[in-house]
Ligand binder design. Structure first.
Ligand SMILES: [Zn+2]
Length: 226
């Protein structure tokens, strides 16, 4: 059983689903993306995404018109496997087509670019044996890329990444609910102080860089909330 958190911007609620690996991901009809495909090799009991990411995947599947074999989509930040700006930690990036022929993959890549709904389709020379595309929800805090700025009152997947990183590093108190409230604010301030950053309680460029660099790939710690 996996807890799947899906942020719904319309209601501003984090929806909570309890699903098996063979179940369809919410908002992707006809089992065109299963929980098993979404989680890939992640062993986490809690995974997350945003309704807009799932709807974009469903729309792309219709546009492309063929099955999309997904190797994996999601990873928790402490599981690592990607850099510290990866959209895989947000549940908004897909690595697909590992089982297809090179010609089929090229077709999928062309289709992903032409579709226009993805924020980024990785050039094929960087991912010769799979196709990576992802969706982002706003301008990154750093000009070099990464996550959007989150602050008190923010909600959604980027708050989940921050809470997950803080928890893994022992700055617990904010929970793992995607809602930036008082507990999350004081956890973030404690981290900022210890890291020698301005303790403004806002995760902008410098704080994201420091926090994610500290948390990526450290493995499941006793303070991880799952
Ligand atoms: Zn990828």
């Amino acid at each position: 059983m996996t807890t799947v958190l899906v942020y719904n911007r319309t209601t501003e609620r984090m929806e909570r689903y309890y699903l098996e690996n063979g179940d369809a991901m919410p908002y992707v009809p006809e089992r065109r993306l299963t929980v098993a495909e979404f989680r890939g090799s992640s062993k986490a009991n809690v995974v997350w995404t945003d309704k807009r990411f799932m709807e974009t995947f469903a729309a792309f599947r219709r546009y492309y018109g063929r099955p999309i074999p997904v190797g994996f989509a999601f990873k928790r930040i402490w599981e690592g496997g990607h850099g510290n700006q990866s959209q895989h930690y947000a549940g908004s990036a897909f690595d697909c087509g590992q089982t297809l022929t090179a010609a089929r993959r090229r077709g999928m890549w062309n289709s992903a670019v032409a579709f226009g709904g993805w924020s980024y389709v990785e050039p094929q020379r960087l991912t010769p044996t799979w196709v990576h595309f992802d969706k982002r929800l706003g301008p990154p805090a750093c000009s070099s890329g990464g996550y959007i700025t989150v602050r008190y009152g923010s909600r959604g997947v980027y708050v989940l990444i921050m809470q997950d990183a803080l928890n893994a590093l022992g700055y617990t108190g904010g929970g793992l609910d995607g809602i930036f409230g008082q507990g999350t604010l004081s956890s973030l301030r404690r981290f900022q102080r210890d890291a020698g950053l301005a303790a403004d309680g806002i995760s902008g460029c410098q704080t994201w860089r420091t926090l994610t660099a500290a948390a990526v790939g450290i493995g499941k710690t006793p303070t991880v909330i799952d």
